[in-house]
Design a protein around this ligand. Structure first.
Ligand SMILES: [Mg+2]
Length: 252
């Protein structure tokens, strides 16, 4: 990744695969409980806007479900400054306490054959949070490009909006979405990528762990139906399984 975190531009003649990695609750486990800390901060943000506790809870959940990101609803309906939100919510997370360098993850990324695949990150967070997580995990130098939610633009898009994925392809100079490999802990985000023709989609699903989404706790994997098995989306519970799922993209 470029040192200032700005988006790097892919080569038009590059016909390698691109591996797209979600960051939060994918590159680190939901057991780090960062989603819980995040949920508390977002709730406090709603309350600070003047909403009573119960209304704050309801709106937080509603916006998350509606837009894939509570912040999207806050910007759209309450005219808040996304960068202020970023400072108070993501920016105040105790990530240095909750996360550690992850040599196993680093080795996994190092073992990807870069002559066959580029490795990019694709996050709904702003770049400051994304870079901070990658730095703490010790994998920043393994990520060649970063697509993030640009909170500095009032009409920024986010996963699972189609525009966000189209934008990602543009930034990475990818003309054929079939050459995209994507892993995300949000089934909704993975489904969206698949519906747009992204070729090799993987749902990272730490079954049984608790994650907080839209301010509400949810048991991971509980809502997956049998139909999900026929979707063509591979479900994994450990990122190490990517070595098998995308075996052609790894060095031996
Ligand atoms: Mg995630």
């Amino acid at each position: 990744m470029s040192s200032n975190g700005d988006i790097t531009t892919g080569n038009t003649n590059d016909d390698r695969y691109t591996i797209w990695l979600d960051i939060d609750n994918t590159l680190y486990s939901a057991s780090a409980r960062i989603s819980q800390a995040m949920g508390e901060r977002i709730h406090a943000y709603f309350v600070a806007l003047g909403f009573p506790e119960d209304e704050a809870t309801e709106l937080h959940h509603k916006y998350y479900n509606q837009y894939g990101l509570a912040l999207r609803g806050l910007v759209r309906h309450h005219n808040i400054d996304p960068l202020d939100f970023n400072r108070k919510c993501d920016g105040s997370l105790p990530l240095e306490d909750a996360l550690n360098p992850d040599p196993k993850l680093r080795k996994l990324l190092q073992d990807i054959d870069r002559s066959k695949a580029r490795v990019w990150a694709l996050t709904n967070a702003y770049k400051t949070h994304a870079q901070r997580v990658l730095r703490i995990l010790g994998v920043e130098d393994q990520i060649e490009g970063l697509v993030y939610c640009d909170y500095s633009k009032p009409d920024f898009s986010c996963k699972p909006e189609a525009e966000y994925y189209h934008n990602a392809l543009r930034q990475a100079n990818i003309s054929n979405p079939a050459k995209c490999c994507f892993v995300d802990d949000s089934r909704t985000n993975v489904n969206a990528a698949q519906s747009l023709g992204w070729g090799r989609c993987v749902h990272f699903c730490e079954k049984g762990l608790i994650v907080v989404e839209g301010g509400k706790a949810r048991e991971i994997g509980k809502d997956l139906t049998a139909a999900a098995d026929d979707s063509g989306i591979t479900t994994i519970t450990d990122l190490e399984e990517l070595r098998t799922v995308w075996s052609d993209l790894f060095k031996i």
